[in-house]
Design a protein around this ligand. Structure first.
Ligand code: 13P
Length: 251
């Protein structure tokens, strides 16, 4: 298996540009010897600073959203071209907070993935079920639909550039992590779905991350699961010490 292990921080709506510079300054030495890919996804206004500070280091910079159109009358939105010019390598697409609070749908997610790939920016597609969906036993159905619609227009040749993050909504920011068995079960199902959409070789090459209260203590066990190739980390990515421990746990 040649897929990449990725530890990605999602800073969400935290850190001003000055604070971003300070945090990234602390993260860089912790990532210097990392065997895995390390990514920090910062707020838009922090991206120029983050790209400048991270240049030449092991750390790649990501955005947390992007619009699918190249330009135009879309007040408040940011295009792939704008991210490209800064040197942004990754973009989170379809995070559950975007879906819940900003009307993101599987349709817009699909368009955004197409736009990111066309621009050479690696999309981190987020999928995951609510507590209600888990209790109703529709987790698998829900996530399979999210993936199938999101990847509908992606070619097999582009698939190795797509990262998928499984983030159970009930585990995000709650301190309530999925057990490693629960996380593995869904990540395996995600890989199976990619196999159905493409083939076994494509499914094998896709990096699948777990996200949801991953921290310095539980990271090693989650990352040891065969279908978990990394983490998308919220709260713990805001503390360099903890994020460094998660990077170390990824080997
Ligand atoms: P927490 O790690 O804070 O639970 O957030 C996870 C997440 O949503 C990452 O995208």
């Amino acid at each position: 298996m040649s897929r990449k292990t990725i530890i990605a921080g999602n800073w969400k709506m935290n850190k001003t540009p000055k604070e971003a510079e300070a945090l990234l300054g602390e993260v860089l030495p912790k990532a210097a010897g990392a065997a895995c890919e390390v990514v920090v996804c910062t707020p838009y206004v922090d991206l120029p600073t983050a790209c400048r500070v991270a240049a030449g280091s092991k750390v790649k910079v990501g955005a947390q959203n992007v619009h699918f159109e190249a330009s135009g009358a879309f007040t408040g939105e940011i295009s792939t071209g704008m991210l490209n010019e800064l040197g942004v390598a990754y973009v989170i697409i379809g995070h559950s907070e975007r879906r819940e609070y900003f009307a993101e749908t599987d349709e817009t997610v699909s368009k955004k993935i197409g736009a990111a790939l066309a621009a050479g920016i690696l999309p981190i597609l987020c999928v995951g079920e609510s507590l209600e969906q888990r209790e109703q036993n529709v987790t698998s159905e829900h996530i399979r639909t999210q993936i199938k619609v999101a990847l509908r227009n992606v070619s097999a040749a582009d698939m190795p550039k797509v990262v998928i993050a499984y983030e159970p909504i009930w585990a995000i920011g709650t301190g309530k992590t999925a057990t490693s068995a629960q996380a593995q079960e869904v990540c395996q199902m995600v890989r199976e779905t990619v196999k159905e959409c493409f083939d076994a070789a494509v499914a094998d090459s896709v990096s699948i991350l777990y996200g949801g209260s991953m921290n310095a203590k539980n990271a090693a066990e989650l990352l040891a699961q065969p279908d978990i190739d990394g983490g998308l980390i919220g709260g713990a990515s805001l503390k360099a010490e903890d994020f460094g421990k998660i990077i170390a746990a990824a080997g």
